[in-house]
Design a protein around this ligand. Structure first.
Ligand code: HEC
Ligand code: HEC
Length: 205
């Protein structure tokens, strides 16, 4: 082995050492201990943003989602129980362990809400309907990240629209209690009521 070769190997080894210690500092800053969680999450960044807050409009923000709901969602995509355009295919590529790591990572990220356009009158009606029909399970104007449901406050309106369409068309199963409430909204306001709710959640900062 030539000296030149040895020197190159030494430089590479040192370089790798400094690179990995720099990376572990980055990981320490984000509060996540295992590097693989960040590496896994990076594969989602193109659509969901670096820390899970997406630039929209159809890819939802996933930052701050509860761990339990994140895992449940990924499993529902894997099994096809929850309809999707692309997530079933993506979710199938990850193991249970990897999904748990990502759930841990995204649940710790603060959600960044972007300004969306909405109609003030619609938001007012949406607020009323939310209090009457949705608040019970989606607390804090939809900002609560509880274990059974996602964050609606500040979520991208096109995503909320597709999701509500999946529910009302029966493609995605809906809790019976919720089904009754959504039916009432349709009876009282038609699609205008659903649109108002979507704008109400989209208007939350
Ligand atoms: C090519 C773009 C793309 C990539 C890459 C992607 N997603 Fe998605 N994701 C979407 C879209 C679009 C939806 C809405 C459902 C659908 O149509 O597939 C979604 C929905 C979701 C949801 C549901 C959010 C909610 O509020 O219900 C979760 C959770 C999620 N993705 C996690 C991930 C994770 C984790 C990764 C990386 C392993 C990832 N996604 C990679 C586009 C993407
Ligand atoms: C009885 C409890 C309950 C009520 C009432 C309720 N929801 Fe939900 N909602 C849930 C649960 C649980 C989920 C999680 C997914 C599922 O089971 O469908 C959810 C999920 C959602 C989602 C998808 C979030 C995501 O990220 O995937 C939207 C949108 C939504 N609800 C809107 C509404 C609206 C609008 C109302 C009022 C008309 C409402 N919900 C009333 C329990 C409820």
């Amino acid at each position: 082995m030539s000296t030149k070769y040895l020197i190159i190997v030494l430089i590479i080894t040192l370089g790798l050492f400094f690179f990995s210690s720099a990376l572990s500092k980055v990981y320490a800053d984000t509060g996540v201990k295992t590097p693989s969680a960040i590496m896994l999450a990076n594969t989602c960044a193109g659509c969901h943003g670096v820390n899970g807050s997406s630039f929209g409009p159809s890819s939802p923000t996933i930052a701050g989602m509860s761990k339990a709901y994140f895992i449940e969602t990924m499993e529902a995509y894997q099994s096809g129980e929850r309809p999707s355009t692309i997530m079933t295919r993506i979710a199938k590529g990850y193991s249970k362990k990897e999904i748990e790591l990502m759930a841990d990572f995204f649940s710790k990220q603060a959600i960044v809400r972007h300004t969306q356009t909405y109609d003030a009158k619609a938001v007012k009606l949406g607020n009323k309907l939310h209090k009457k029909y949705c608040k019970k399970c989606h607390e804090d104007n939809g900002a609560s990240a509880n274990d059974d449901a996602g964050i609606l406050a500040g979520q991208w309106q096109p995503f909320l629209r597709f999701t509500m369409e999946d529910y009302t068309s029966g493609k995605r199963p809906m809790l019976e209690k919720k089904q009754e409430r959504v039916k009432k909204i349709f009876e009282e306001h038609g699609q205008t009521g659903i649109d108002a709710l979507i704008q109400f959640y989209g208007s939350q900062k």
